[in-house]
Each structure stands twice: as structure tokens, then as C-alpha cells.
Design a protein around this ligand. Structure first.
Ligand code: 6GU
Length: 230
């Protein structure tokens, strides 16, 4: 069981992506809880303001600390959190190892930033870590939060019908996944590798491992070296 509280000014960006397929099933089974919190509900002015001009000038609005602090105070009355995560391109890169770590946690806050950034004091005092999903810039943290919920949620025991499938994913053993095939055995003259039709389990197992190694060497050799790919 894992519980996510996601703080955002665009909750509608997160409803669709997390309401399908495996993650939906996990939520229906009560194994994944995703609570979307509209940051504007923690404002006090008529216009429900969550951003303001940057001190010292510069382009872009900055997310204010007060609504975030109020929201977190409220959340912390209800549960204690393993991490309060700010999604930001400056953060620690999300890889399978970090997903595995998060999947052992019970309660996580995901704070989605916007505009030109968030008041630095939020980062210094209110959050416990920053996570990025890759070296490119998104308009906001919402899609990154969806990626984190999906990649972590599917690791929660019972969420996937075939328990072994998360373990045989690409990256779990630092290898990319081997190629897979289904019927027909021949299409347009393109044949499924003979060995997969042989019924010899040992041979098939070894072939898959070889293919995974070969593919990793060709495409992501960094995964095989000792230095972390990040
Ligand atoms: Cl977590 N947020 C934003 N805004 N952009 C990103 C990101 C996160 N990760 C990669 N790019």
C-alpha cells in the first residue's frame, strides 16, 4: 500500500494519466492511493493567488511559500511522510533504483512546481528532496509526478497481475529487456527466432539473457559499467 498526496495548481493534468490500466486497477484494489490537492484551496485572497513577481526582478512568476506551507501543515496533521518531494529538473534523476526505494515507502508528498520556479525557502525548509525525470524541461511538475506515480505504483505488490513481471522489467538487473514475439510465427517472410518455438526452457532462458546483454551493450553500455549512468 502506498499513498501519494500530490500538490498542484493543475489537478486536471493528473486525473487522466493515473486513471487507466494497471494504476487504475491498483487504486481500485486499494493498493495505491492518489490524492490530488489543489494548491489554490490554500490561498486566502479573492483571486486565489499562488504566484508573485520575483524579488530583484527577472522574467517569470515565482510560486509563493504561504499556500505551500499551509497545505503541508494541513497534510502533516493527517499522516507523517517518508519524503516530501519537489519535482524539478534540478533534482536527483529518477531511475529504477530510486523507484524501487520509493516503492518501499508508505506516504509521499509530490509538490508540482510551475512558473519560473518556487520560492527558494520552500526548497530549503519545507521539502525533503528534489526529483527530476530527465535532462529536459517540462512546463510543470505534473507530468513528472504522473511518471513517478506510475513507475512506483506498479512495483507495489499485488498491483500487477503477474508478480514476476516487475522483476523481469528492463533495468531491474541493469539490463534492457530481450525482444519478445507473438503469433504468427512468420509474417511477410519475417520469422520468429527458431529457439523460441523449440520448447526447450533452458535454451530459451539462455537466449533471452544473451539477447538482453547484447542489446544493453549496443544501446546502453553505461548500464553495464560500475559507474552509475547518472
Ligand atoms: Cl520533475 N519538472 C520539470 N518542470 N521539468 C522537468 C522535470 C521536472 N524533470 C525533467 N524536466
Amino acid at each position: 500500500m502506498i499513498h501519494f498526496d500530490i500538490i498542484t495548481i493543475h489537478p486536471e493534468l493528473l486525473t487522466g494519466p493515473l486513471d487507466h490500466s494497471i494504476i487504475k486497477r491498483g487504486r481500485d484494489k486499494g493498493l495505491i492511493e492518489i490524492n490530488l490537492i489543489n494548491l489554490r484551496d490554500y490561498t486566502t485572497d479573492k483571486h486565489r493567488t499562488v504566484d508573485d513577481y520575483a524579488y530583484g526582478g527577472g522574467a517569470g512568476m515565482v510560486m509563493m511559500i504561504e499556500p505551500v506551507a499551509k497545505c503541508l501543515d494541513d497534510l502533516r496533521k493527517q499522516r507523517s511522510y517518508d519524503e516530501i518531494i519537489y519535482l524539478s529538473p534540478d533534482g536527483k534523476l529518477l531511475d529504477q533504483q530510486l523507484c524501487n526505494r520509493f516503492s518501499l515507502y508508505k506516504n509521499l508528498v509530490l509538490l508540482c512546481g510551475h512558473y519560473k520556479g518556487i520560492d527558494e525557502r520552500i526548497r530549503e525548509h519545507l521539502i525533503t528532496m528534489e526529483v527530476s525525470i530527465g535532462d529536459y524541461v517540462l512546463t510543470g511538475g505534473e507530468l513528472a509526478a504522473a511518471v513517478l506515480c506510475d513507475s512506483v505504483g506498479r512495483l507495489i505488490p499485488g498491483v500487477m497481475s503477474d508478480e514476476t513481471s516487475a522483476l523481469s522489467d528492463s533495468f531491474q538487473d541493469n539490463l534492457l529487456a530481450p525482444p519478445v514475439f507473438t503469433r504468427p510465427a512468420e509474417f511477410n517472410g519475417w520469422k520468429v527466432p527458431e529457439i523460441l518455438l523449440s520448447g526447450n526452457e533452458k535454451l530459451i532462458y539462455d537466449w533471452k539473457h544473451d539477447q538482453a546483454l547484447k542489446r544493453t551493450l549496443e544501446r546502453r553500455p553505461g548500464l553495464l559499467s560500475d559507474d552509475p549512468p547518472n
